[in-house]
Design a protein around this ligand. Sequence first.
Ligand SMILES: Nc1ncnc2c1ncn2[C@@H]1O[C@H](COP(=O)(O)OP(=O)(O)O)[C@@H](O)[C@H]1O
Ligand SMILES: [Mg+2]
Length: 228
Amino acid sequence: MDSTLCYDCWDKHERLMRRWAKAPALDVAGPTKGRATFKCSKMDRGAIQADAFNRVKAWCHSIRKHKTPRPLWLCLKGFPGVGKTHMLCCASNYLTYYDIPHTFQRFGAYLDYCTNARRNGGNSYEEIVGRKKSPMILDEIGVEARFDDDDEDPRLLSEYSEAKFNATNALFDYALNHKIPMLLATNLGTAQIPAYLGARIAGPAGRFAEAGYRDFYCDWKDYRSESK
Ligand SMILES: Nc1ncnc2c1ncn2[C@@H]1O[C@H](COP(=O)(O)OP(=O)(O)O)[C@@H](O)[C@H]1O
Ligand SMILES: [Mg+2]
């Protein structure tokens, strides 16, 4: 069977839509989501984009084959409009199509959900995140933390509470310790990422790197001007 599915194939489209209808309410739903597939995406922005797409595809493929993806974590960095969310949607649609349970969330919303669930019901991350140890796709990491323009000082502004920072750490530690595959996207600058995610994701020496981490700096021309 074709491993990249295409929305031009209506039977597949309907099959996917039926699955979306049953998908957990927590899932991100956006205009990009319904249309983004590996097969129908443009790959016209050069070698880094092609590499990123291929890695994301391979990540999905390993999960589908019940293998541990290598690298276990992928992170897309870069400016708005370059297609980070789009690539995440391709991955989520692929996994959904093959009935593979996974979480696809905006990071801020997911953090709120985890924090509230813990507060209200005393659930542990194990119970919330660890259901079947399913892969996690988390978008827009860092949008809820505000930084001063070009701030390279790893100090977070007060809007980003200590509780959220702790929840972030707990979530990533949990994922790290249980080797949960992660596909991440962030608008944060390279200098800001350590402030947000601590040393884990900060670079080659981070704990994520030890377990298999790769990031892509998506610095190509954005697609927004072309999409409307
Ligand atoms: N490879 C691609 N092929 C076709 N359309 C794309 C591609 N990448 C992005 N787009 C479109 O460009 C727009 C912006 O992409 P988006 O993923 O929201 O960017 P980002 O998350 O990096 O801000 C969306 O409408 C998206 O569907
Ligand atoms: Mg986005």
